[in-house]
Design a binder for this molecule. Structure first.
Ligand code: ZN
Length: 509
């Protein structure tokens, strides 16, 4: 982390474009805005630290601070409900003062809001200065860099969500159960701590016998359906029951990528018995994959002729299999997958050659608000668990004392068990995760300095997010060329770096 003094000089990265500003702001006043998302902010970005850095920045630039505004315990996901921010913006506009923040992400971690705020302040003749990142000016380069910083705040949120999903995938692939129990099962605990399914009373026996009778041919499909209807299962749920591999002790869902994984618990019938049943019912359905690692850019590359997203798939040629991205319309663009991936990698490494870009990227990630976003929810659920557990214990003695009828007891027990299981599943999939700042930086820098590793270092969802941030909407032309959007971060930065926009370029947009 650079000290406040050092980072003052880094302002130059953004401030170099200051001269291009159309409207020169000669006001010598400044308004300071600080924000923390919780009271217990990590050291270094507390309200005091932020305010101090902002005051030092104002002093350095010879600006007189006319007011200071702080939002404590406010998330920057949206600008709604942040009174101090509104007051700070008002004060800045009224006095045509500079708005000083510690980091741009103090203003907003949502790209749209961030842009709106920035454009509005610049249009009103105000300056926006980050004490550690520099000044946001109206020049295209500044705008691109600002967009990058805002976008990486968003990416960080996405990466968090992805980590959580990755954790859930690992559990699913270990054969654990991560949703509500299907009929005939209730939730249980594996000795290792994972959530499993255990047979649930009469229903499990009824289902098992029905499945076995169908497999052995004693009843046919309509007999199987009738048996389940008679056992009280609504017709609408029966199709789902008889096609669910979990009854064969198999976990197969989106978290396992559609693959069959042996469950960490026995089913009601064996896996082989289930496969026989599945074959007899001709039920096997393929699980749809949203993010195919073989074609990470599906959905973000568009046909230059008709504008639709291109599709992807393998095609055989001369006995070898090749991946393609292609428009579904005949005679519209198509290109070899490897060729497209190479073009995108080459463009990413173009950015990696711009030293100031890499510095900025490092700074942006380093300064992200990397704290545990789930903490409040985790505490709430942990409290709920410690409340429900004794309730369940008391329930048993209440039954023994005759306070409840057997039905009331069963209903209440079901309600509490379900609630408890729901909390436990959430807690299991939302571990307090360690700070992953350095991991983030390594991955992101790696993407631009060694893009061939892009696909390996990031998940498909992250790859998509990153490529969208950098290139905007990509188009595939009939010449099999991949073109980034004309207003993308890539286009702006590379053309600026080539010096092609220094003369006669408009200062604003
Ligand atoms: Zn097309």
């Amino acid at each position: 982390m650079p000290s406040v003094e050092e980072s003052a000089c880094e302002c130059a990265i953004l401030a170099q474009n200051e001269g291009e500003n159309v409207k020169e702001n000669t006001s010598k006043k400044a308004v300071i805005y600080t924000r923390v998302s919780s009271e217990a902010q990590v050291d270094g970005t507390s309200l005091d630290t932020q305010a101090e850095a902002c005051r030092a920045c104002a002093a350095r630039l010879g600006l007189a601070v006319i007011s200071e505004h702080e939002d404590a315990g406010k998330s920057a996901k949206s600008t709604v409900g942040r009174d101090a921010l509104a007051a700070a913006v008002d004060a800045a506009i009224t006095a045509r003062a500079a708005l000083i923040v510690y980091k741009f992400d103090r203003l907003s971690r949502n790209l749209g809001d961030g842009y709106d705020l920035r454009d509005m302040l610049l249009a009103k003749g105000c300056r926006i200065i980050s004490a550690t990142e520099g000044e946001a000016s109206a020049s295209p380069v500044s705008k691109a860099l600002y967009a990058m910083m805002m976008a990486f705040s968003e990416l960080d949120n996405d990466m968090r969500a992805e980590r959580c999903r990755t954790g859930m995938c690992a559990r699913a692939k270990a054969g654990f159960w991560l949703s509500n129990p299907p009929v005939g099962f209730k939730l249980g605990k594996h000795p290792s701590g994972g959530t499993i399914l255990v047979p649930d009373g009469d229903q499990s026996v009824i289902l098992r016998n029905a499945f076995l009778d169908f497999i052995s041919g004693r009843i046919d499909k309509s007999g199987l359906i009738k048996r389940l209807k008679d056992a009280g299962h609504p017709g609408s749920t029966i199709d789902r029951i008889i096609r669910s591999p979990v009854y064969g002790g198999i976990v197969r869902n989106r978290l396992t990528n559609g693959e069959d994984v042996p469950a960490a618990f026995p089913g009601l019938i064996t896996a082989d018995q289930f496969y026989v049943m599945e074959a007899k019912l001709k039920l096997k359905k393929r699980v749809q994959l949203k993010d195919n690692p073989a074609f990470p850019y599906t959905g973000i590359i568009h046909c230059s002729v008709c504008g639709q997203p291109v599709r992807s798939g393998f095609s055989k040629s001369k006995g070898k299999s090749f991946g393609y991205y292609f428009c579904k319309e005949a005679k519209h663009p198509s290109a070899r997958r490897d060729d497209i991936h190479a073009q995108i990698e080459a463009m990413l490494s173009d950015l990696g050659k711009i030293a100031s870009f890499l510095e900025l990227l490092k700074g942006a990630v380093n300064d992200l608000d990397l704290q545990d976003p789930d903490r409040a929810e985790r505490t709430r659920r942990q409290r709920a668990v410690s409340r429900i557990e004794p309730q369940l214990a008391r329930l048993r003695s209440a039954l023994l004392e005759g306070v409840f009828s057997a039905e009331e007891y069963a209903a209440e027990k079901d309600r509490l068990t379900t609630e408890l299981a729901e909390h436990r599943i959430w807690l299991e999939s939302h571990d307090a995760s360690a700070d992953h700042r350095s991991e983030c930086i390594d991955i992101l820098i790696g993407v631009f300095t060694n893009p061939a590793e892009l696909i390996e270092g990031l998940t498909v969802a992250q790859t998509k997010g990153l490529v969208r941030i950098v290139f905007g909407k990509l188009t595939l032309t009939p010449e099999k060329k991949i073109e980034p959007a004309s207003d993308s971060v890539y286009t702006i930065l590379t053309s600026a770096n080539a010096g092609s926009f220094s003369d006669g370029a408009p200062g604003g947009d």
